[in-house]
Design a protein around this ligand. Structure first.
Ligand code: PTJ
Length: 271
């Protein structure tokens, strides 16, 4: 199906199509489609745009990625389907390593995702031959690389599950999550939770990386100034404001349909 660019929800519909295509190709698992639907619902509530608090978190994330000695970006099926090119550009700008890490891990999926990332320009992607385990996780997500997530000091984990985000924080890492659900365990546990749509979040973070690279003092100030609880609080306030304006819009802004004018014909019909 070709979606007209003029469609008010063009970006969102394109993302949905990409996800479905990637699912048909075996890159995304069925659970990934369900996760995407949840993300879409949240994005709808947020107005399908980046909120001011999300921008603050993205700037803080950029500042931390720049200060890291071993920054790593974790990629799963949904991330590869939606934002492979953006992830590769961000990794290059920092620079950071990319590791494929899957919840529903099969060797064939890892290979497919590595191929997608290579086509987007990435090299030396980790993930195929993991040589370490993240302590405290039973699932295959524990499998990791010593040169990658296992020894990283700052990890960007888009569309993560709560268990691993928690385990990575326990290992003493700065964990940057991207999850549209501000109530998820991932958002609650990450050091810097970014509550924004993945593609927008990665593009914004890259833009901030490029800006802060030129200004290390400002980057240090941004790192000092960021407060996760204050930022998450601002996300909730933003959501409250959005719902409030939707409510007011329904009552005041949008005109209620008026009762049709009574003509002789309708009067006759009613009798
Ligand atoms: O590829 P695999 O095998 O590693 O599996 C990946 C999934 C996504 C299936 C796995 O990580 C998973 O089950 O994740 P969860 O626990 O469902 O969490 C995904 C979270 O991402 C949910 O809170 C969604 O609201 C959110 N989300 C979905 N799409 C987006 C999103 N957040 C930001 N941008 C999106 N496009």
């Amino acid at each position: 199906m070709t979606i007209p660019r003029s469609h008010p929800r063009y970006e969102s519909l394109v993302r949905r199509e990409r996800l479905v295509r990637a699912w048909r190709e075996g890159v995304v698992v069925p659970e990934g489609l369900i996760a995407h639907g949840r993300g879409e619902a949240w994005d709808y509530l947020f107005g399908e745009g980046t909120s001011a608090p999300a921008l603050v978190a993205e700037r803080a994330a950029a500042a931390h990625l720049l200060a890291a000695s071993r920054p790593v970006i974790s990629v799963n099926g949904n991330v590869a389907a939606l934002a492979a090119r953006e992830v590769v550009q961000l990794a290059r700008a920092i620079p950071a390593r990319i590791e494929v890490n899957l919840f529903h891990r099969t060797e064939s999926r890892v290979k497919k995702i590595i191929r997608i990332l290579e086509r987007a320009g990435a090299r030396d992607i980790l993930g195929l031959r993991p040589n370490a385990r993240i302590p405290g996780i039973e699932s295959k997500r524990a499998l990791s690389h010593r040169d990658g997530i296992f020894r990283a000091d700052v990890v960007l984990v888009p569309l993560e599950d709560g268990d691993r985000a928690e385990a990575l924080v326990r290992m003493g890492k700065v964990v940057i999550s991207v999850d549209l659900n501000p109530l998820s365990r991932t958002s609650q546990r990450a050091t810097i939770p970014i509550v924004d749509e993945l593609t927008r979040a990665i593009l914004n973070t890259k833009k901030f990386v490029e800006e802060l690279k030129e200004n290390p003092e400002e980057a240090a100030r941004v790192r000092r100034a960021y407060r996760r609880s204050g930022n998450l609080g601002a996300v909730y306030s933003f959501l409250e404001w959005r719902l409030g304006s939707l409510r007011r819009g329904l009552v005041r802004g949008e005109k209620r349909p008026r009762a049709p004018k009574r003509t002789r014909a309708t009067r006759r019909h009613r009798q």
